[in-house]
Design a protein around this ligand. Structure first.
Ligand SMILES: [Zn+2]
Ligand SMILES: [Zn+2]
Length: 258
């Protein structure tokens, strides 16, 4: 029997969030709270454990908003700044949990993180968390994070960049993706819910756009899908009107259970 899975969208904004600094709201109605988007990240809860996907610059606010004191492991999609530069906030996550945290990602992502934030991976020199303490766990394919079975598949983020998509049970998360190959569709086969990249309506060099994402959702045949990594050109209400009934734009704080 499938385990219950609870997914919280901590952030569904593009790399600059919505609004971007200015404030620039683009086409988004500032009066709709669903248009206030933090950087892309989700929390997956199952079997009494919490997996955090990415640690972007809004991490502190996101964990406070979700009332989450700690997580049990981190999954990294890739090392772009909007997905990792809140890494220092893991210090207080380690403090609340009382242990180091395993950080899963591709070898390349973890190498980049260790170059950019070496202190986060060095052993503690005192018996309190004056810094985050992460343990790099390179993965691809099937693995376990905090005893949760996860499947990681590669996605093309454009310009030769590879990101990881993650599947946990019948849920999958695919952010920062321009092309999906047949092996990715194989990994997605049979899922019930998908949170998937859709940056804007027009084609984009490094992200999927509206029509392409809708085509992917059709191909996977998923019953329930949510758009993420949306930039300020996608107003929640206007985008919802253009979606088929089983597809919706995500919003920060959205909780999906399956
Ligand atoms: Zn991104
Ligand atoms: Zn990216």
């Amino acid at each position: 029997m499938a385990e219950d899975i609870k997914v919280t969208v901590l952030g569904c904004g593009g790399s600059g969030g919505v609004p971007t600094i200015g404030p620039d709201w683009g086409q988004c109605d500032p009066k709709n709270p669903k248009n206030h988007r933090k950087r892309a990240s989700i929390l997956i809860e199952t079997r009494g454990k919490r997996l955090l996907v990415d640690t972007g610059p809004d991490l502190r606010e996101q964990l406070l908003a979700a009332h989450v004191p700690y997580v049990d492991a981190i999954l990294y999609t890739h090392a772009h700044a909007d997905h990792v530069h809140g890494i220092d906030d893991l210090r207080n996550v380690c403090k609340q949990k009382g242990t180091a945290l395993e950080a899963f990602g591709t070898e390349k992502t973890l190498q980049e993180l260790q170059q950019r934030f070496p202190y986060a991976f060095e052993p503690l020199k005192a018996n309190f968390f004056y810094k985050p303490q992460l343990i790099a766990k390179p993965i691809l394919g099937a693995f376990q994070a905090a005893d949760i079975p996860v499947f990681a598949f590669t996605q093309d983020h454009g310009f030769g960049m590879v990101t990881l998509g993650f599947r946990v049970g019948d849920f999958a998360y695919s952010t920062d993706v321009k092309h999906l190959d047949d092996s990715a569709f194989e990994a997605l086969s049979g899922i019930k819910c998908w949170v998937v990249d859709c940056i804007q309506e027009a084609e984009h060099p490094t992200h999927s756009h509206f029509q392409q994402t809708l085509g992917w959702i059709e191909r996977v045949g998923v019953q329930e899908a949510y758009l993420t990594h949306m930039n300020p050109s996608l107003d929640y209400h206007e985008t919802l009107k253009k979606c088929p009934p089983h597809v919706k734009p995500a919003y920060d704080g959205l909780v999906v259970t399956l």
